[in-house]
Design a protein around this ligand. Structure first.
Ligand code: UDP
Ligand code: GLC
Length: 383
């Protein structure tokens, strides 16, 4: 079976990291066609996954775009659609991994007659998309032979927005377990952690791993910090991947206003996530809008770290409160501070919960079982 994967991004977001794990399974039997150059294409090439940047320039249609902007980007779209359609004749199906990839893939699939698969990494709701954006995604995704939703939450939002239930299947993200369970790993230079974790000193490090973006809620964690004991420090790992630099400025202003400058460290985008997670006492996920899946939550669990996650979307499918981690109401800094303080004060309980979390995550999110699930679904589509 030969797959033509399409993804609009040059950056390494969660959807792209998920695709790397899947495309690796197909190796030379696939091609990943991208609409922008960048670290994602470099990462694919480094892992010997066939990759080609198909678009001359990135498409400028955004999540919140309306009809007018969409019309303007149609001119840009046509050469790309033709190229994808021609290419797809050598493959058994077109696998769109992002929204713009869906737009291009759906039209190309009409032209070439090759079946379309859409991997839905988003919650289709007004929290995340303009009304027009939701309509476009649902209309085009309904033409697909298969929609793979990354969680039950993404699946039900899709159906509620008018998506066809009978074409959707839920498959969670899979992870290469070996990468996360190596115990304490060396953090790559140049920047190391400024703070000691409880095991090493009397400090306590809360790690937040996500692109810096308002809905990822780094501001909620900073807000919570002022209500936590002074031994507690925060490390923010990630950068503004999609042009949200003004939010980064807001975070710095907030830290200064609260006088927390010596308790928060920004590490920027990092490739050594398991090593940094292992050096933290707690992994916090703080999205203010429903998280479609939430790779970082699973990664924290796989690293044998306690996790606290905002209770909405995929997060509640990953974590069982007080059993395999903690859940907290999205946007509630006081409640988050309470949980952080509990984990700080009860290290033995936190350790037991982290261990249970790790075992459960290893069972549920192993790439070795997730990839065959997708392969079976794709085989049925192609047959
Ligand atoms: N990540 C990373 N480097 C960073 C910050 C995040 O590699 O500096 C990774 C993180 O480990 C996770 C992914 O980016 O695998 C983010 O995926 P998630 O599903 O949590 O959120 P998304 O950003 O896709 O909405
Ligand atoms: C998207 C979602 C994220 C999910 C990832 C992988 O980037 O925002 O929640 O974990 O895709 O499916």
């Amino acid at each position: 079976m030969k797959i033509l994967f399409l993804d609009q991004s040059g950056q390494l977001g969660g959807a792209e990291l998920c695709l790397i794990g899947l495309a690796k399974h197909y190796g030379n039997d696939c091609l990943v066609g991208l609409f922008a150059p960048g670290p994602f294409s470099q990462q694919l090439a480094a892992q010997q996954i066939p990759v080609e940047v198909l678009a001359a320039q990135p498409l400028n249609f955004q999540k919140q775009s309306g009809t007018l902007q969409a019309m303007k980007s149609l001119g840009q779209l046509w050469p790309l659609v033709q190229r994808v359609s021609r290419l797809s004749r050598e493959y058994d199906c077109i696998y769109a991994n992002t929204q713009k990839a869906l737009v291009v893939g759906a039209i190309a699939s009409r032209l070439s007659g090759k079946p379309l698969v859409y991997h839905l990494h988003d919650i289709i709701s007004s929290e995340h998309f303009s009304r027009f954006g939701q309509q476009v995604i649902v209309t085009l995704a309904n033409q697909a032979a298969l929609v793979i939703a990354n969680s039950l939450a993404s699946q039900s939002a899709f159906i509620a927005a008018g998506g066809r239930a009978e074409i959707t299947e839920v498959v969670y993200n899979g992870f290469d377990l070996a990468k996360y369970s190596a115990g304490e790993m060396a953090i790559a230079p140049p920047h190391s952690l400024k703070y000691d974790r409880l095991g090493a000193g009397d400090g306590f490090v809360v790690g937040h791993f996500s692109r810096l973006s308002p809905w990822k809620g780094q501001h909620v964690l900073i807000d919570a910090l002022q209500h936590c004991p002074p031994q507690i420090k925060i490390v923010l790992v990630g950068s503004a991947l999609f042009g949200e630099e003004s939010y980064v400025q807001q975070l710095h202003t907030q830290i200064e206003r609260l006088g927390l400058g010596d308790r928060v460290q920004f590490l920027g985008f990092r490739a050594d996530i398991p090593a940094i997670m292992s050096a933290c006492d707690l992994i916090a996920h703080t999205s203010t809008a429903a998280e479609p899946f939430g790779r970082v939550i699973v990664e924290g669990m796989l690293c044998d770290r306690p996790v606290v996650a905002a209770a909405a979307g995929g997060a509640v499918e990953i974590v069982r409160h007080s059993q395999t981690g903690w859940l907290t109401p999205p946007g509630d800094a006081r409640k988050l501070a309470e949980i952080i303080t509990t984990v700080y004060e009860q290290p033995e309980r936190a350790k037991a919960i982290a261990q249970r979390g790790q075992q459960e995550a290893q069972k549920r999110f192993d790439l070795k079982t997730i990839n065959p699930q997708i392969d079976t679904l794709l085989s049925a589509v192609v047959a």
